[in-house]
Write a protein that binds this ligand. Structure first.
Ligand code: PLP
Length: 395
């Protein structure tokens, strides 16, 4: 069987690989603290489950329009307008998950030779899809000293005449970094000067801890060049429902709908009805989980900062912490992959090496706080034991 060269360019996702290894250890009777997956540990709020079940009972089990059911497209547009983004239902394409929105949008924009600005520390799908589509990634650095925010100088340095697309993600996976008004204005000006389309991954928008998320899309002139990709997985604890969407400049809507038509036809119809309930019902569930993630990430960052050789920035959103563990890694060829491997196998903590998100992640770990405060505390205690053993060995 001859496989396409193109499919060989697709990578796997680190979190699923670590989960598989951790599950094997559990089957052998080991106790593992799971801090690897970006999956909310809360159940989907009951009113959303009810709406999905009701839709099934009411017979919403047939094909839907490829762009999504009108009620959900309207609810998504209204959700954006409430936070200050002028858009219409006609700009919305519903997809089976945020990842599918990223995939379809990037495929519609990237071809052989297209250069794409991607953060060096990012969700792995952006680079995988860029390469799959024949494009080239131009990686831009995020400065830990500035809370992992990108600088316009850095973007300028990486941008060439062939650069067409800029990928942004805030609140950011894996660091929890956010963007302020000054960052957004600088990036908007940069995107306009270089005539770039911005793919803005806003899947953690509802989980920005100050509750003040602002999209690049809302800045003057930016709606025409910003493709928002988002979904229900994180804010509404709906990872397994597979529900996401893109909010697109008009010219992109038709191409993305054609990609949808030719790949998944439509998003599960009853799931879309659950999505309407999520957006039109009480948002208290989002407020409550946001507050809990803020408390948990602060708990984790404080505990990690008490470990000699570890330093951790407090995130502004999402549910991850990204501690700097460089001091725990001796010169002699160890790496953060090895550190994470030993943490899992010797100490029973599943987390990710920072390098699962790019080369700039060397010397960092990504810890997901989508687990109870008790388990986060236990996991960090085990990290502390590893750190103590490493410094004893070094001495
Ligand atoms: N974007 C980012 C930054 C993510 O971290 C994730 C999931 O981890 C996604 C998109 C995809 O989410 P989903 O496909 O479950 O909606």
């Amino acid at each position: 069987m001859q496989l396409s060269e193109r499919v060989g360019r697709l990578t796997n996702e680190g979190a699923f690989e670590v989960l598989a290894a951790a599950t094997c250890l559990e089957q052998d009777g080991r106790h593992i603290v799971h801090l690897e997956l970006g999956q909310p540990d809360f159940p989907t709020p009951p009113h959303i489950v009810e709406a999905g079940v009701r839709a099934l009972r009411d017979g919403h089990v047939k094909y839907a329009p490829p762009a999504g059911i009108p009620a959900l497209r309207a609810a998504i547009a209204e959700h954006l307008r409430r936070r200050g983004d002028a858009t219409t239902a006609g700009n919305v394409v519903v997809t089976p998950g945020g990842k599918s929105a990223i995939y379809s949008t990037m495929l519609a924009l990237i071809e052989e030779g297209t250069e794409v600005l991607i953060p060096d520390l990012a969700f792995s799908a952006y680079e995988a899809i860029t390469h799959f589509a024949g494009g080239t990634s131009r990686l831009y650095h995020l400065d830990p000293a500035r809370g992992f925010r990108p600088s316009v100088e850095e973007l300028e340095a990486r941008c060439t005449a062939r650069t067409r697309v800029l990928v942004l993600n805030a609140p950011h996976n894996p660091t929890g970094g956010t963007l302020d008004q000054t960052d957004l204005e600088g990036i908007a000006d940069f995107a306009e000067r270089h005539d770039l389309v911005v793919v803005s991954d806003e899947i953690y928008a509802g989980l920005q801890f100050d509750g003040q998320f602002q999209s690049l899309h809302s800045l003057p002139g930016m709606a025409e060049r910003t493709a928002i990709v988002d979904g229900f997985s994180k804010s509404y604890a709906m990872t397994g429902w597979r529900l996401g969407y893109a909010v697109l400049p008009r010219r992109l809507v038709d191409p993305v709908v054609r990609l949808a038509t030719n790949s998944f036809s439509c998003t599960a119809t009853f799931v879309q009805h659950a999505g309407v309930a999520a957006l039109t019902g009480s948002q208290q569930c989002v407020t409550d989980t946001r507050a809990e993630y803020a408390a948990r990430t602060q708990l984790a960052a404080d505990a990690l900062n008490r470990i000699a050789g570890v330093s951790c920035v407090s995130p502004g959103g999402a549910f991850y912490v990204f501690p700097d563990v460089r001091a725990l890694i001796p010169e002699s060829g160890r790496s953060s992959v090895r550190l994470a491997y030993d943490l899992l196998h010797d100490y029973g903590v599943a987390c990710l090496s920072g390098t699962a998100f790019g080369t700039a992640g060397e010397g960092y770990l990504r810890i997901s706080c989508a687990n109870s405060r008790a388990n986060i505390t236990l996991g960090v205690e085990r990290i502390q034991q590893q750190a103590a053993a490493l410094s004893a060995a070094a001495a």
